[in-house]
Design a protein around this ligand. Structure first.
Ligand code: NAP
Length: 291
């Protein structure tokens, strides 16, 4: 699979990433198969979060826990993947980016993942009650002590990202917004421009709109289907290609639990989506022609 550098870092990953939100109900055997399938198909960025698993069989931490079990059974897999995890949601408060909370959350994530370090630690959602300077102090310490190589944010506005960056001793390398053909706001809210301004990478969560790309109808779906027909490809490939068609070089994080769909996703990279095709999907979403 095509390799891309994450932001200004030295981390090279596949152009499509694999997400573990829906992963916590997997048995060790199933989790092992999904992770190996993703890595072999070239999806080497594995995105997870401490809260993934809440409401599932294993509860809070469940997704990290089962990934950790996979790594414990096969330690050789650790070097084959770039792990991006997240912390900062405690489900009750509901967001906590205080120094004490994050430092403890990080240690718990490392213990569950059975690894000494993660590659990217992301603040899952902004905690607007905690000063950015305090959050930055925790993140800087995580980098200094080697618990994470790099820092990322998720669901941050551009202004929140800048405010955190102003207090950080290290560059934020990734931002994780929701982005898909059915949710195009990062194009207009400045997120993808901030990425290009700062040589950062956007990791698009739910690039297939949590599966709504397959279950909905409407103008955007019609636009995807017109292109699907033109390129003799499934609608899902066009939708994934769309997320990769923006000039910011976005990495979509897919979340299927079906191994054949993990492998199949790589074919989205073969769709020769043109700028005109991309604008067709943008215009369908906006309900009007580009001015
Ligand atoms: P997604 O890839 O947009 O959606 C996955 C859903 O689409 C699954 O239910 C999957 O079902 C279905 N699907 C995929 N291919 C399909 C097909 N060909 N036909 C019909 N259904 C299909 O992504 P997501 O799972 O919502 O999220 C992906 C990742 O983004 C997560 O794992 C997580 O890492 C990240 N995320 C981050 C945040 C955040 O706040 N930062 C929030 C949400 C997600 P099957 O499993 O049956 O294939």
């Amino acid at each position: 699979m095509k390799q891309v550098l994450l932001g200004s870092s030295d981390l090279k990953v596949g152009a499509i990433a694999y997400g573990c939100w829906r992963f916590a109900n997997s048995s060790l055997q199933e989790a092992d198969t999904k992770i190996r399938t993703a890595l072999e198909a070239g999806l080497t960025l594995i995105d997870t979060a401490d809260i993934y698993g809440l409401g599932d069989m294993r509860g809070f931490g469940g997704s990290e826990e089962v990934l950790g079990e996979v790594l414990k059974a096969s330690p050789d897999l650790r070097d084959k993947m770039v792990i991006a995890t997240k912390g900062g949601i405690d489900a009750v408060r509901p967001y906590d980016s205080t120094y004490d909370y994050l430092m403890t959350a990080m240690d718990k994530s490392l213990a569950r993942l059975k690894t000494d370090y993660v590659d990217i630690y992301q603040i899952h959602r902004p905690d607007i009650t905690t000063p950015m300077a305090e959050t930055a102090r925790a993140l800087d310490e995580m980098v200094k002590t080697g618990k994470t190589k790099y820092i990322g944010v998720s669901n941050f506005t551009v202004a929140q990202t800048r405010a955190l960056q102003a207090h950080l001793g290290t560059k934020i390398i990734t931002t994780q917004p929701e982005f898909s053909a059915l949710h195009q706001y990062p194009i207009t809210d400045g997120t993808l421009d901030w990425c290009q301004e700062n040589t950062a990478t956007a990791l698009a969560w739910s690039p297939l709109a949590r599966g709504r790309v397959f279950s909905e109808s409407g103008i955007v779906i019609d636009a995807l289907d017109t292109l699907a027909k033109r390129y003799d490809a499934p609608r899902g490939h066009i939708a994934l290609a769309f997320t990769m068609g923006h000039g910011a070089n976005v990495i979509p994080i897919i979340g299927t639990q079906k191994t054949e769909r993990i492998v199949d996703s790589a074919k989205a990279l073969n769709i020769p989506l043109t700028a005109r095709d991309f604008y067709d999907i943008v215009e369908a979403f906006r309900g009007e022609k580009m001015p």
